[in-house]
Design a protein around this ligand. Structure first.
Ligand code: PLP
Length: 440
């Protein structure tokens, strides 16, 4: 009996004796047979690289290793592998070795904003916690290439305990985002322990897992894993589909199991040149995602990590894609396009402009069709002076022990309660001159 199709059966038969569906669908078997070399790839797909291709692949892989599950490999169209979105995400181009001037090994400054090992605390109320340094498949566009496969970064139990202690000692943290590497590469027992520890912290309201497992190793989503995840609600999962071709019978089954377990699913795509930088491909992808109960969450501009130049598109390509989605399809199928600001500024949303002009009582807007519309603002609106004294306010918010002091940035400028009237860059020369004069 063939697994799902002849192509997969052919690959399976080359790897191991007597591969039945149950073996192919065993995630440990898949991990035992990850493809790491150009020769294995040639053999399994039945293709042959020319000499130069092979030299380039070997050279690149010696610096940044490759690792592809037989399942993910089986999605490659061997007749056009050079343009194949799965091949391009899993086997390197020699261009990865070209580091451009403005590229960095840690463009998001995750190490600088790290108060404890594995923790990046950038936003007031939530942290990123990298609890695994390995993945089922090494994405060529990985933003944390510096960590993947690096022995120094294996988070041991002691490091994880230190991270959990930081979360426990920091009451502002209400949302913990587990990432890696891939958290679902950990064993069920270990994951259960980490989730139990984090969930025992009273101020942690939600936990999220970022994982590419449903895309590259859907068989990891076993009934046992589901039983563990189900114990720790509310738990959200964000996955990482980049191309419609990645939605298969197997990945659908994995997504179904997660959804049926009551886990809300989101998707974070990365905009990648030559893979998904096309409004029609992105539209097909988001439609398939929502059909499978996955909400498109973010579409990322490709980071400034080293060796990713060949994957980057102009920002205009992302805006063009968003333009092709908003209004043209279901609102919940449209992801937020974000640029994760180099230097640690965090995710910044970018959008086409819809607000065209504005007077004191009217705004002019344009819709997705190019229709220009006006919205008449109320003639009378009595602004409520807000001094953050909610107990005296008519709006029945009644913030109990509110997190008001966390108000920051532009939101502060808009607030009545703050005395700040401007934000000034730290090393502003003009302001330096002012203090000099003032101190004379
Ligand atoms: C992306 C990210 C988060 C989560 O951001 P959301 O916009 O809430 O999804 C938190 N911390 C860090 C460091 C991140 O990069």
């Amino acid at each position: 009996m063939s697994i799902y199709n002849e192509h997969q059966q052919e690959i399976a038969d080359k790897i191991d004796d007597n591969v039945k569906t149950s073996k192919w669908k065993n995630w440990k078997w898949q991990m035992q047979h990850v493809v790491k070399t150009p020769e294995q790839c040639e053999n399994l797909l039945g293709i042959s690289f020319d000499d130069e291709e092979k030299r380039n692949l070997t050279k690149t892989i010696s610096k940044f290793p490759a690792s592809v599950t037989p399942y993910y490999l089986s999605l490659i169209d061997k007749n056009d592998y050079k343009n194949d979105p799965v091949f391009k995400q899993s086997f390197p181009s020699i261009e990865e070795l070209h580091v451009c001037e403005n590229e960095m090994s840690d463009p998001l400054a995750e190490e600088k904003d790290s108060p404890a090992p594995g923790i990046t605390h950038r936003y007031p109320d939530r942290v990123l916690f990298t609890i695994s340094n390995t993945c089922a498949m090494y994405c060529r566009h990985c933003t944390r290439k510096r960590k993947v496969g690096d022995e120094d970064y294996i988070p041991n139990k002691g490091m994880i305990k230190t991270g959990i202690k930081y979360i426990r000692d920091t009451p502002q943290i209400r949302d913990v985002l587990l990432s890696g590497g891939d958290p679902l590469m950990l064993s069920d027992e270990y994951l259960d322990w980490i989730l139990t520890e984090i969930k025992s912290i009273p101020h942690v309201e939600v936990v999220r897992i970022g994982t590419r497992i449903p895309v590259v190793l859907p068989y990891r989503v076993t009934d046992d894993l589901i039983a563990v995840l189900k114990k720790h609600k509310p738990l959200w999962i964000n996955t990482h589909f980049n191309h419609p071709r990645e939605i298969t019978t197997s990945s659908r089954e994995a997504l179904d199991k997660l959804s049926d377990a009551g886990i809300p699913l989101g998707n974070q795509s990365v905009l990648l040149a030559g893979i998904n930088d096309c409004p029609r491909i992105m539209k097909a992808l988001v439609h398939l995602l929502v059909q499978n109960r996955v909400r498109p969450y973010y579409m990322y501009q490709c980071d400034l990590s080293e060796g990713l130049t060949h994957f980057r598109t102009p920002v205009g390509k992302g805006i063009e894609i968003i333009e092709s989605l908003i209004g043209h399809t279901s609102g919940f199928a449209v992801p937020t396009y974000v640029i994760d600001a180099p230097g640690g500024g965090g995710k910044i949303p970018v959008m086409p402009n819809y607000l065209i002009s504005w007077s004191t009582n009217k705004v002019v807007l344009r819709n997705y069709e190019g229709v220009i519309a006006t919205y008449k603002e109320p003639d009378s609106y009595t602004p409520v002076f807000c001094d953050r004294n909610c107990s005296k306010c008519d709006l029945q918010l009644n913030l109990k022990g509110a997190d008001e002091y966390l108000s920051t940035g532009i939101a502060d400028l808009l607030s009545d309660a703050e005395e700040i009237i401007s934000l000034v860059p730290k090393e502003n020369e003009r302001f330096d001159r002012r203090t000099e004069i003032g101190s004379e």
